[in-house]
Design a binder for this molecule. Structure first.
Ligand code: S3P
Length: 458
């Protein structure tokens, strides 16, 4: 094992309850950390590509640290000067067999992407995670891998972690139609294809975030993307090509910015600016939705940085009106439904969200967690197998006073802390520790702008 920089040592999570008190002020510039999806991919592809990948704006959160640790366990060398993270990779096809189990903590993205990457290597690799990750479905990745020749040596009940796989001597290229709208599944197959001779084809009926495709192309992979008449995306990847280290610049994460945006909309007189937000069309469904609800969000200075569209946002307190959020938009805002539900709790009317069944297999069953959290705080709502409806109380009505179970889910924790900011009574969460998986500075940053989040740990 190579010596590792100290920031790579992931910390143990100790449950920390918090309370969010209503506030009268929320103003200033919110400095949102780097995009999590891009950070995972930069760590993974940096570890795979030959030579140095210098990453600016990498998210330093627990989830991403697990991906960096995995890259290191597969032979990458990682340095962090506090500003830029430099990953020196092995070269495509030359990853080392990991000497120990690969620990992914809470991270579905890290786990599924590395499972794809290693699925076509002729060695064994074992994937483990925390209680949340160990309850999430891995069959969606193992199934296409099996078609490519990967042997699933062992797995938990119903295709869960711990999983041990062993790749074939020579993997077979496949044509794979992604059965669920999942960028993780799409990416896993594309990454498996990197160590597979010939052309692997992935067909995506519903477009999902395209960071893997963008970054793979940036690292030199031969990749063809076509949109057919039926609106499907067809990606053809030529395997066994050369990947070369690249400078990567990571903009602010729109899924993290979502919390500051929602807070600014619901706290009276609030005004917040957020610079350098990634505006990739596959990620900004929430901004579209909030604008349709009457949100005052000004998008300025749109530009391209590091191959991604970015912009600066100014968000002001707004009177929101309920809408029906179309199911076709779900993939472009899949991580934002918990915070949208909180915003909807302060809107006039009933906000209905369709085709959101995938929320049941996130870090928690998010439909269940949102409904329980809203009800505990006096908000009326209903859920179906794949839909959710929230009845708002425009002036904050009688919202608050409850305690929310966060179930190891960072987005549930952050969403309900935001709710407390504009509620009539404080909102408590049983555990804020999972926030460190995606947004370690969340509490300090939000409190710096006027929020009143207090740890209630004894
Ligand atoms: C992600 C894809 C999404 C999303 C997750 C990040 C990614 O998951 O929920 O937070 O970076 O590819 P699915 O692919 O399961 O929809």
């Amino acid at each position: 094992m190579q010596p590792q920089p100290s920031f790579l040592l992931s910390r143990e999570m100790i449950a920390t309850p918090f309370k969010s008190h209503p506030v009268a002020r929320f103003t200033g510039a919110a400095k949102i950390p780097g995009d999590k999806s891009m950070s995972h991919r930069a760590a993974l592809l940096g570890g795979l590509a030959a030579g140095r990948t210098q990453i600016t704006g990498l998210l330093r959160s627990q989830d991403v640290l697990h991906s960096l640790e995995a890259a290191a366990a597969l032979g990458a060398h990682i340095e962090d000067d506090g500003d830029m993270v430099t990953v020196t990779g092995t070269g495509n096809g030359a990853l080392l067999e990991p000497r120990a189990e690969l620990q992914f903590g809470n991270s579905g993205t890290g786990c599924r992407l590395f499972m794809g990457l290693l699925g076509t290597y002729d060695f064994a690799a074992t994937f483990i995670g925390d209680a949340s990750l160990s309850s999430r479905p891995m069959g969606r990745v193992l199934e296409p891998l099996a078609q490519m020749g990967t042997q699933v040596v062992s797995q938990g009940e119903g295709g869960t972690l711990p999983v041990t796989i062993h790749g074939p001597r020579r993997a077979a290229p496949i044509e794979y139609r992604v059965p669920v709208p999942s960028a993780q599944v799409k990416s896993a197959v594309l990454l498996a294809a990197l160590n597979t001779a010939g052309v692997t084809t992935v067909i995506e009926p519903v477009p999902t975030r395209d960071h893997s495709e963008n970054m793979l192309a940036g690292f030199g992979t031969e990749l063809e993307i076509e949109r057919d008449k039926a609106g499907q995306t067809i990606i053809r990847l030529q395997g066994e090509g050369r990947l070369d280290g690249q400078p990567v610049t990571i903009p602010a994460d729109p899924s993290s910015a979502a919390f500051a945006i929602a807070a600014a909309l619901i706290v009276p007189d609030a005004r917040v600016t957020i610079d350098n937000v990634m505006m990739n069309p596959s990620r900004i469904g929430l901004i579209t939705t909030l604008m349709e609800m009457g949100a005052d969000i000004e998008v300025s200075n749109e530009r391209i940085s590091g191959g991604e569209k970015i912009a600066d946002l100014t968000v002001k307190h707004s009177m929101l009106k309920a809408i029906d959020v179309p199911g076709e938009r779900a993939a472009s805002m899949i991580d934002e439904y918990p915070i949208l539900s909180v915003a909807a709790a302060f809107a006039e009317g009933e906000t209905r969200m369709a085709d959101v069944g995938e929320l049941r297999v996130k870090e928690s069953d998010r439909l269940d967690a949102v409904v329980k959290g809203l009800r505990a705080n006096g908000v009326e709502c209903c859920e179906g197998k794949d839909w959710l409806a929230v009845r708002g109380q425009p002036d904050g009505g009688n919202i608050g006073g409850g305690t929310v179970t966060t179930s190891l889910d960072h987005r549930i924790a952050m969403s309900f802390l935001i709710m407390g900011m504009a509620a009539k009574r404080p909102v408590a969460i049983d555990d804020g520790a999972p926030i460190a998986t995606s947004f370690p500075d969340f509490v300090d940053l939000m409190n710096g702008l006027g929020a009143d989040f207090r740890s209630t740990a004894v």
